[in-house]
Write a protein that binds this ligand. Structure first.
Ligand SMILES: [Zn+2]
Length: 104
């Protein structure tokens, strides 16, 4: 690198996948077709706002065909709790879905 920062220049933050101007440094980690009937994509990224002393956190994004991509920055210490809650909700949903058939 020469130190010139063109529009498509790679970011100076080593782990960042973004190029050009961006407000958030981002490393794309996972992309899951998580919507009902495969309609949406849930992305998981490592992200950090481009501002002094911003902490590196986890970003969750939701992309659907009918709306612009929504993103949310999660505080890193909370992520294991959120992951556990998601797993528990999924277990509960699977369980409830299974009991639906046998109700009659
Ligand atoms: Zn960056």
């Amino acid at each position: 690198m020469t130190g010139l920062t063109g529009r498509n220049a790679a970011c100076s933050v080593k782990w960042c996948d973004e190029t050009g101007m961006h407000a958030v440094h981002r490393k794309y980690l996972a992309s899951v077709k998580g919507g009902i009937n495969g309609a949406g994509v849930v992305g998981v990224n490592v992200a950090q706002r481009v501002q002094p002393r911003a902490s590196v956190c986890v970003e969750l994004t939701v992309t659907t065909p009918w709306a612009s991509t929504a993103g949310y920055l999660l505080a890193t210490p909370s992520v294991p709790d959120i992951a556990a809650a998601l797993s528990e909700a999924a277990d509960r949903a699977t369980e409830l879905d299974g009991t639906r058939e046998r109700r009659d």
